[in-house]
Design a protein around this ligand. Sequence first.
Ligand SMILES: Cc1ncc(COP(=O)(O)O)c(C=O)c1O
Length: 399
Amino acid sequence: MKTETATTFSAIAASEERYQLATYKKMPVAAVRGLGAWIYDVEGNRYLDLYGGHAVAATGHCHPRVVAAIQRQAEQLLFYSNLVYSETRARAAERLASLAPSSLNKVFFCNSGTEANENAMRIARLTTGRERVITFSGGFHGRTADSISATFLGKYRELGRPNVPGHLKAEFGDIESVERIADETVAAIMLEPIQSMAGVRTSEPKFFQELRNLADARGIALIFDEVQTGMGRTGEWFFSGSEASGGVLPDIVTLAKALGSGVPVGACIVNDQFASKIKENDLGTTFGGGMLAMAAVTATLEAIEEDRMLENVLAMESYLRKKLADIPQDVRVRGRGLLLGIEFREKASAIHQALLERHVIVGTSSDPHVLRLLPPLCLRAEEVDLFVEKLEQSLGTLS
Ligand SMILES: Cc1ncc(COP(=O)(O)O)c(C=O)c1O
């Protein structure tokens, strides 16, 4: 077999394009290393990463605590499945459950966000003996069969055809649209409490409280998909139970993305009532709960705690909002913590491109006028300054 060392951007890009399915529109960046909120490319350029590698790099790229934990674990035991006990897994589960709101006590580890959502829906179906699931227009839950069928956003659901039956759509923020369909066949109501991909759409706390009351009255499981909002991104460990949620605790929370700082890992955290009905073999996974991922989870949680990142998230959110309020252009900011959507009059794709040319990476969304920021939670004030400076320059070239 022929192997070649590709050293230039064009050689790397040509090789990926030749051997990888072309499923992504990529930026012209060949990433080599990262540190904090920065990534460095093969040509030695550096980019301010306010997208966090798809909301994954919450602790920043290559946080030393996480890197050291992975290195240590790799030398000891890369993997063994859930058929054995492991101190590394026990520590990760204990730490995660102890940070979760009080009623959420039992963890099921898997490998990704879509898998966490599939397992959460399965838990709801197994425990209620019902099959249907209500999700919301604008919500995104993943790309495997059940999760994509639960995704009423743009073209995604179509891509998953034939869809899993029994998925019902309600309108985000509209309790009556839920009441109309939440009958005795419904196992779960699942939602992204902040709809990120839809353009960072939020709802009033009252809506979450109404959902909780409705779910309780009709024996339905309430699932919060916190794949993006979890792990401190909103300035609290979880959206669940926060003031913004109206203090609402779901029955199941799903997590992924930031949970392992880049080592693939997902999780469902389940309350005692639902957990007590789950039996041996009801759920399963080969890789979920593997030692390397578990070492990354514990180190991620410790890094967020020890570096006081939750406080930093809130400080950087208000600093950024203040700075954006001072720029001459008309922009509106929505979201919480460091899950922010910035709405512009101009096309977000053009601003994204102009920022990229100035070595700043941001995210777009399904709303053509909204850019998304999902930066590392360790973002610093001077990085916010740099972003705002580059944004003003970018907007200047577009007006
Ligand atoms: C809210 C939400 N849920 C689920 C997923 C799916 O996660 P994964 O890509 O890890 O399967 C995503 C991914 O973007 C997401 O944003």
